[in-house]
Design a protein around this ligand. Structure first.
Ligand code: PLP
Length: 456
């Protein structure tokens, strides 16, 4: 049985406790009989079989990590009420739980008093931060590295501000010299610093970008949608640690609890260092906000309706797994990173592969060696498909020549990019599963005609 079902007994127990709070109300007859629910539910279960096993350690494809069981259960529990965290009227308890959970993420970042809330994901978190940045630096543009998430350029377009892509070094980190060049003409009002790029987990040198802020006035938004929680890990390399250690000096930050925070999708988070930014959200609504003098979450977030269930799930998860260095949550992040480092070592020792530099977080990227760039891309695609047949799920990423050249994957560059293999080694179980993952990778490579290194 790949999915635990014992936890459903706990859900039953918790629902009884929840029902107790509403016992005084007159009974309402059920609208749908259980037998009517059965057919569509089982049909949905059959349809869902057509998925990659995102929950399983043999899935190392994209940034998909199963929610913690307590998050899954708490989310489901809340659905019997389905609170709306737009306003206290819509979700009284869950709004307070959201503020408590957000407060813990802010403390992790190093902010005692800040402004923040949950939102649907990293894209919206970044959007709110860039919108506030535009309000504070009207007429100025946004810069992010060429490896930053693609949505920054798109969001700049939506906001009607110019976007500049800043070159990276060979490891995919923003090049501070290129940024300083771009800052000379005074048109950039905000710099997006990515702590953990989506493609390869590269961490921009935040401390050097902060040093530039002293000379050129600009805002710093940290996009840590994927990487933010790694500030708790105890096994970062020195450069990476240094970047995370100055994150409190940024102006805003996006962190996705649905990426590395063990939450179901629909849970992003944006935080602003200065609580006064809430003035940009000011608006009136004729039918809400009349019930309390405290600001409702809807008065400080861009979206209107938001799932209270997401806040309940996050709150319960953080109650079980506090966001503290040395805690279980932090150790699990560090375990995934150890597995990523082990994968990188194995790939570096294998003559068939040309991995990038050791991962800064827990994403490992490697090219398949070939004579030409286009052949390397074809080989990676073939290996990706063959691995899938061995139930090993990887992903693909196209990377520019500048990032791959130092690793010498090909003799001739007949294309500007190479499609590489990518593994998001995000589950703590990946540590025990690494030898199985490597065995399946080798078996898949042999079926594509890539001889084993020993046979050379
Ligand atoms: C995933 C990701 C995003 C987008 O977040 P969504 O939750 O998918 O909207 C933005 N930035 C980075 C660095 C990411 O990894």
């Amino acid at each position: 049985m790949p999915f635990d079902r014992e936890s459903l007994a706990l859900l039953d127990e918790a629902l009884a406790v929840l029902a107790d709070g509403f016992r005084h109300l007159p009974d309402v007859p059920r609208t749908a009989g259980m037998s009517e629910l059965r057919e569509p539910l089982l049909a949905a279960a059959r349809r869902l079989q057509d998925n990659a096993p995102y929950h399983h350690p043999l899935y190392v494809g994209h940034m998909q990590k199963p929610p913690h069981p307590v998050a899954r259960l708490a989310y489901t529990l809340a659905l019997w009420l389905n609170p709306n965290n737009h306003a206290y009227d819509g979700g009284r308890a869950s709004s307070v739980m959201e503020q408590e959970a957000i407060g813990e993420i802010a403390r992790m970042v190093g902010w005692a008093s800040s402004q923040g809330h949950l939102c649907s994901g990293g894209t919206l978190a970044n959007f709110e931060a860039l919108w506030v940045a535009r309000e504070l630096h009207p007429g100025k543009g946004i810069a992010a590295s060429s490896q930053a998430h693609y949505t920054h350029e798109r969001l700049s377009g939506v906001l009607g501000v110019s976007f500049r892509a800043i070159a990276t070094d060979a490891r995919g980190r923003m090049d501070p010299a290129a940024l300083e060049n771009a800052l000379q003409d005074g048109t950039i009002g905000t710099v997006v610093v990515t702590l953990g790029t989506t493609a390869s987990g590269a961490v921009d040198p935040l401390e050097r970008i902060l040093a530039l802020r002293a000379r050129h006035a600009f805002r710093i938004h940290v996009d840590a949608a994927y990487g933010g929680y790694f500030t708790l890990a105890d096994n970062l390399d020195a450069d990476t640690r240094q970047a995370f250690d100055c994150v409190a000096q940024a102006d805003s930050i996006a962190i996705d609890p649905h990426k590395h925070g063990l939450q179901p999708y629909g849970c992003g988070c944006v935080l602003f260092r200065d609580p006064a930014v809430r003035r940009h959200y000011r608006h009136d609504s004729p039918y809400t906000y009349l019930s309390s003098d405290d600001p409702h979450l809807g008065e400080i977030s861009l979206e209107c309706s938001r799932p209270g269930a997401a806040a309940v799930a996050l709150w319960a998860t953080q109650r079980l797994l506090p966001l503290v260095a040395g805690g279980t949550f932090a150790q699990d992040l560090a375990a995934g990173r150890m597995a990523a480092l082990a994968l990188h070592r194995a790939l570096a020792a294998d003559t068939r592969f040309a991995p990038l530099s050791p991962p800064q977080l827990d994403i490992v990227v490697w090219a398949v060696r070939a004579d030409t760039a286009s052949q390397a891309s074809l080989r990676a695609r073939a290996l990706h498909a063959a691995a899938g047949k061995h139930d090993l799920h990887l992903s693909l990423v196209a990377l520019p020549q500048a990032m791959l050249e130092p690793h010498d994957p090909v003799r001739a560059w007949d294309a500007e990019t190479i499609v590489c293999l990518r593994a998001c080694v995000m589950k703590p179980e990946h540590r025990e599963w690494m030898s199985e993952i490597l065995a399946r990778l080798d078996a898949a490579a042999r079926t594509t005609g890539q001889e084993s290194p020993q046979s050379r």
